[in-house]
Design a binder for this molecule. Sequence first.
Ligand code: AMP
Length: 141
Amino acid sequence: MTQYDPNNIFTKILKGEIPSHKIFEDDHTLAFMDVMPMVDGHCLVIPKRGSRNLLDADPTVLAQVMAAVQKVARAAVKGMGAEGCQIRQYNEQAAGQTVFHLHFHVLPLRTGDSVKPHVGGMADHAVLARHAELIRAAIEG
Ligand code: AMP
């Protein structure tokens, strides 16, 4: 399998070299808004320790990131006034992965919501900032 390349856009977000709409951060993980949301409130949760995707990740890192996925998913559902959520995760180009630093997509959903295509159009930054604020406000603990 191809090796993890630390020269990716999520590493730049982790280093603060490019901006993001942050939702949550702890010692091991970071969550921020997806700039091309498939639904309102679509956010991403990433581990700070680099791996290409789920296939090469250290199980310890997976345990840490899944705890953060649960925390962010609960906040995204509550903050966005949703009824549930999808968690999506793509591994390798053949499966739709476009950024090669492990990440989990959190999509808050209400009955009847339609999900836009993966990596579609860029969202307005003011809208992303407002959704990030709603989700941040709903984070517990
Ligand atoms: P994947 O195809 O699973 O690798 O998803 C990568 C996701 O990262 C896509 O949903 C993109 O919209 C999102 N994305 C790409 N660049 C950025 C960025 N600078 N900030 C936030 N999200 C991004």
